[in-house]
Ligand binder design. Structure first.
Ligand code: SF4
Ligand code: SF4
Length: 147
C-alpha cells in the first residue's frame, strides 16, 4: 500500500510554510488577467498575464515582494481559498480545499517539476505580459483553455 503524503493527511490550515509553498504546481494560471462580466458576475480568463510573470517559465519574477509591488496580487490562504471563485479548477489549493486529489501531473505526485508543463496545464510560453497589450483590447485575448 502506498504511504500517504502530507497533503493527503493534513488539512490546509495545519501545513507548514514549506508544505504550503510546495503545493503550488507553478502553472501560473492565477497570474492571468481575468475580466468580470458585470451583468453575470462570470469571469473570463485572458492570455494576458501580470507583467511580473516570466512568460517563459510561468514563475513570478518578484515572488517575495509580489504583494508590495502588485496591489491586486492575492495572497492565497486556507481562509480565503474557498472565496476565490476565479482560481483555476486545477489549482492544488483549490483542489485540496474542495476535498479532491492532486492530478498525476502535479510535481509533488510526479516527482518532476516539468510534468505540469508537459501536461499542457501551465501558461509557459503561451501568454503575453499585460503591459504589451492595450487595456481596451483585453477582450480579444479571452481564452478557454486556461480555466
Ligand atoms: S493557480 Fe495555484 S497552483 Fe497554479 S500557480 Fe497559482 S497558486 Fe500555484
Ligand atoms: S505579482 Fe507575481 S504572483 Fe502576483 S500576479 Fe503578478 S506574477 Fe503572479
Amino acid at each position: 500500500m502506498t504511504e500517504k503524503q502530507f497533503w493527503q493527511l493534513k488539512p490546509l490550515n495545519e501545513m507548514s510554510a514549506g508544505e504550503w509553498e510546495s503545493l503550488c504546481d507553478g502553472c501560473g494560471k492565477c497570474c492571468l488577467i481575468r475580466l468580470e462580466d458585470i451583468d453575470t458576475g462570470e469571469y473570463h480568463t485572458t492570455k494576458a498575464c501580470c507583467e511580473l510573470l516570466n512568460a517563459e517559465t510561468s514563475r513570478c519574477t518578484r515572488y517575495l515582494k509580489r504583494h508590495d509591488l502588485v496591489t491586486d496580487c492575492v495572497k492565497i490562504s486556507h481562509t480565503n481559498i474557498n472565496n476565490l471563485e476565479w482560481m483555476p479548477s486545477t489549482c492544488a489549493y483549490r483542489l485540496l480545499a474542495e476535498g479532491k486529489e492532486l492530478y498525476d501531473w502535479h510535481p509533488l505526485v510526479s516527482g518532476n517539476p516539468e510534468s505540469v508543463h508537459k501536461a499542457g496545464i501551465s501558461v509557459r510560453s503561451r501568454v503575453i505580459p499585460e503591459n504589451k497589450i492595450d487595456e481596451e483590447d483585453l477582450p480579444d485575448y479571452i481564452v478557454k483553455w486556461f480555466d
